[in-house]
Design a protein around this ligand. Structure first.
Ligand SMILES: Nc1nc2c(ncn2[C@@H]2O[C@H](COP(=O)(O)OP(=O)(O)OP(=O)(O)O)[C@@H](O)[C@H]2O)c(=O)[nH]1
Length: 345
């Protein structure tokens, strides 16, 4: 796959780490592995749920907590989730497929419009939409906007989740739950459940899983046992690189970064017990000035980004990784339909 952005690329080859001796361990086994997928037990339920909420509400962190493995990037920069990545929760009594959507917001760019369309379509296709309201913040116009839009989709079951309860006092949580109830009344939304959780403290995550599964229709598993996500590995890898690049950047830059994995494959001629995964990826920004920020003084920032991303990818895929990362400028890609298509939107 090659892309014809006619801009000079700035290259950074991460150091090849031959003595890669980190202990990656095996991926944690999901719950319910002793269950035989060929025989669907009585009352088994399966279906799709999606978390929505204002930027930074804790949706991605909650997805990871429920799945029990980091599969969606998280960041303290708003609106960093662009790709629909599904996490799969396996239980003896059911299977929950979690769809992670971008945040819904008033569109200002073509990318914004496409993202909103994607969100509305997803809402009408899933069994449950769970709206996340961070307990450390008051309910505001952003939440109201989302719940009002969601109310237009009558058929889908709605659950309210009060997230980040570890950051709020019990009194504040109680007040928050009352505000959520009031918002439901105001918008004619019938919350099937209102659940306070903390993904960081692990509080009530099991319970939320149970309540979500209880809302699913009866049916056989949708994915083979053990699958945690059906997102292509290239997408997960690109997201991890983007997450590393977002760390420590400010203002409009987070929205200007896109990552595309151009090539990924095991290096030939390596002994079986010492595999090495070669990954070639491009990190796109919108302007030359942003390129400088991402690269840093003599490439120091880019080197950090490469090293952080390489470790994360290695631990996700369980293979040592050689990451070849290039920074390129794709002028105003968020407003250009041709570029958006190329970057996978
Ligand atoms: N203390 C605490 N922090 C949390 C919790 N859940 C999420 N966070 C933090 O809140 C920030 C945002 O979390 P995300 O999961 O990325 O939020 P999101 O809703 O997916 O964000 P967008 O992708 O911007 O829509 C991150 O810094 C998380 O570490 C929680 O339960 N407790």
């Amino acid at each position: 796959m090659s892309r014809d952005f006619d801009h000079e690329g700035e290259d950074f080859d991460d150091e090849l780490d031959e003595d890669f001796d980190e202990d990656f361990g095996d991926l944690p086994a999901p719950a319910g592995l002793d269950f035989d997928p060929t025989k669907t037990p009585e009352g088994y339920r399966s279906g799709f749920a999606c978390f929505v909420g204002r930027p930074n509400a804790g949706k991605s962190t909650l997805t990871n907590a429920l799945v029990g493995q980091k599969i969606v990037i998280t960041s303290d920069k708003p609106q960093t989730t662009r790709t629909v990545v599904r996490g799969i929760v396996h239980r003896p009594d059911g299977q929950l497929v979690l769809v992670d959507t971008p945040g819904l917001h008033r569109p200002r760019t073509l990318l914004g419009e496409r993202l909103n369309d994607l969100v509305m379509t997803t809402w009408s296709e899933v069994d449950v939409v769970a709206v996340c309201f961070p307990a450390d913040e008051k309910i505001g116009p952003g939440d109201r906007f989302i719940v009002n839009e969601l109310a237009k989709i009558r058929r889908t079951t709605k659950i309210a989740v009060a997230t980040k309860t570890d950051l709020a006092s019990p009194e504040r949580i109680a007040e928050h739950l009352l505000d959520i109830t009031a918002l439901g009344r105001e918008t004619d939304t019938d919350w099937a459940e209102i659940v306070p959780v903390s993904s960081v403290a692990g509080d009530q995550i099991e319970l939320l899983g149970d309540l979500l599964i209880a809302q699913m229709p009866e049916g056989p598993p949708l994915y083979p046992d053990g699958d945690l996500t059906d997102a292509p590995e290239e997408i997960l890898v690109a997201e991890l690189i983007r997450e590393a690049a977002l760390d420590g950047v400010r203002d409009e830059l987070p929205h200007s970064i896109a990552v595309v994995v151009e090539e990924m494959g095991l290096r030939e001629g390596r002994p079986d017990d010492k595999p090495l995964l070669d990954i070639h990826a491009n990190l796109y920004v919108e302007r030359d000035s942003q390129k400088g920020i991402v690269i840093g003084h003599r490439g120091s920032r880019l080197r950090e980004v490469g090293t952080t991303a390489r470790k994360q990818i290695s631990s996700l895929l369980g293979t040592p990784v050689y990451l070849d990362l290039h920074v390129k400028v794709a002028k105003d890609w968020q407003r250009d339909p041709r570029q958006l298509r190329k970057l996978g939107f």
